[in-house]
Design a protein around this ligand. Structure first.
Ligand SMILES: [Zn+2]
Ligand SMILES: [Zn+2]
Length: 234
């Protein structure tokens, strides 16, 4: 199908409000109004450290002292943040994935002050049943695209078992037990760098990430950092 017909049948829509974007550039995901709101969301100030989202490195207590840095694009609070996160989780939209990978690459450059050469990029894998339903794992896609952008090695180093309940249905104590029993290092994985960046979509209690950080250190990484789309408002 040539571009003219593609244009007629598949006009790109704003991922938030659904408004058609007939003249959208390759990585445009929002209409002008929603883009303005997105910029506002990113410019919010953290209630704990008083810094903007770009500079906030706050993490749940569980991760204190365990990680290099943690960076996120925005706080998971309000309809716009929810729409972006759920769209990224449920719909396999390459232009949204490219946009988020671009944003996350900038965030990593900022958090590492452009010194990211010794990092390997990986992700917190979703329950394989969820991956089977959605057809993709958004954290894996974002980690892979971002690694490509930054010319960093990408590794699938964790396994998630079939048998865990969905993490979001559990309370904090149950989450911790579940996370500890749900993730494993891939047997054949050997670190090629000293530092690791783990991608996840939303950082909530930090249970899953705390487990993955411990596993990464067991594997031999000296420093483990975290990159998320959003951080739950604590
Ligand atoms: Zn819109
Ligand atoms: Zn903060």
């Amino acid at each position: 199908m040539n571009n003219f017909w593609k244009g007629l049948f598949f006009v790109r829509k704003c991922v938030v409000c659904g408004k058609a974007l007939p003249d959208a550039g390759e990585n445009t995901v929002f209409c002008a109004d929603c883009f303005r709101n997105y910029r506002k969301l990113r410019a919010d100030v953290c209630a704990h450290c008083g810094k903007t989202e770009n500079a906030c490195r706050c993490v749940p207590k569980k991760l204190w002292g365990k990680i290099g840095f943690s960076a996120h694009l925005f706080t998971f609070y309000g309809p716009l943040s929810r729409t972006i996160v759920y769209t990224a989780k449920l719909r396999n939209l390459p232009y949204l994935q490219r946009f988020l990978a671009h944003e996350l690459s900038d965030l990593i450059r900022e958090a590492t002050r452009d010194d990211f050469s010794d990092f390997t990029v990986t992700f917190a894998p979703r329950n394989p049943r969820r991956v089977a339903v959605c057809g993709f794992d958004q954290a894996e896609v974002l980690a892979r695209l971002t690694a490509e952008r930054l010319h960093l090695p990408f590794a699938r180093m964790f396994r998630h078992t079939y048998f865990s309940s969905l993490q979001k249905r559990l309370n904090a104590a149950e989450r911790e037990i579940n996370a500890n029993n749900s993730y494993f290092l891939r047997e054949d994985f050997v670190p090629q760098t000293k530092k690791l960046l783990i991608f996840d979509d939303v950082i909530t209690t930090g249970s899953t990430l705390s487990t993955l950080v411990s596993l990464a250190k067991l594997a031999g990484f000296r420093e483990v950092s975290i990159v998320c789309i959003a951080k739950a408002s604590a």
